[in-house]
Design a protein around this ligand. Sequence first.
Ligand code: ZN
Length: 291
Amino acid sequence: MLVRSWLTALLFGLLAVSVSWADPPLKALIVDGQNAHNWKETSPVLKTLLEDSGMFQVDVATSPPKGQDMSGFQPDFSKYALVVLNYQGDEWAADTKQAFVDYVKNGGGVLVYHFACAAFPKWPEYNEIIGLGGWGGRNETAGPYLRLRDGQFVRDETPGRGGGHGPMQPFQLIVREPNHPITQGLPPTFMHVDDELYGWLRGPAKNLTVLATAFAPKELGGAGEHEPVLFTVEYGKGRVFQNALGHTAKELKSVAFIATFLRGAEWAATGKVTQSVPDDFPGPDKASIRE
Ligand code: ZN
């Protein structure tokens, strides 16, 4: 009996070791520290979502507060498979910017979360990496809008604002690219909770694939257009996923956010999506909330 329980323990031990060897967590870095949004509330939620997925081990790089010396803010991006941007604020030091561009060019994964699309309006490489952005004085000089015309996204150079949204409202996402790993297997339309529906985003929009849109009615403060809210950008060897949802921690309880955030994180980090669509993923009419 004793020998058998030793053997059992040994076997379980070996199994545990081999599982942890075969499937090491990916390393992710959340960048925050300045944002016109409540990053102190949202970053811990993003960290928990990534870690609870079992796929990621997460560090957080928090910059100095607004107006302080940024020269010492030097995250080692190259150590990570994924960088999650929850930052909108002062310019980074030149060598930090170069390290970030090199990271993406060399195959790094980036997830642009909500208001990170408003960061760095004057940094050309950042705007190429995020594809579309808003606010910070962005206008037609930032690049075109992407507008859905006859089933295709076309570049619309019409002069005007870059970035905007009406009041918080519930909205439905419409999948525009069902064959991308991030959207594969999702229902063609699905509901999100009351949230800001970002519109009028504009930018270089190179190598950009719109995965999902949401319609922003004029009577609810929108452009009367199908606005891109989930999209990818390929920059060098790097993969970038932008998720415009999630104004505060409350909206991060929406399964429409959680599932697209995690699928986008895995794709940006690895180029694949191995996770299944959760059972509580919403359908076309009713949002799904996870407490
Ligand atoms: Zn917001």
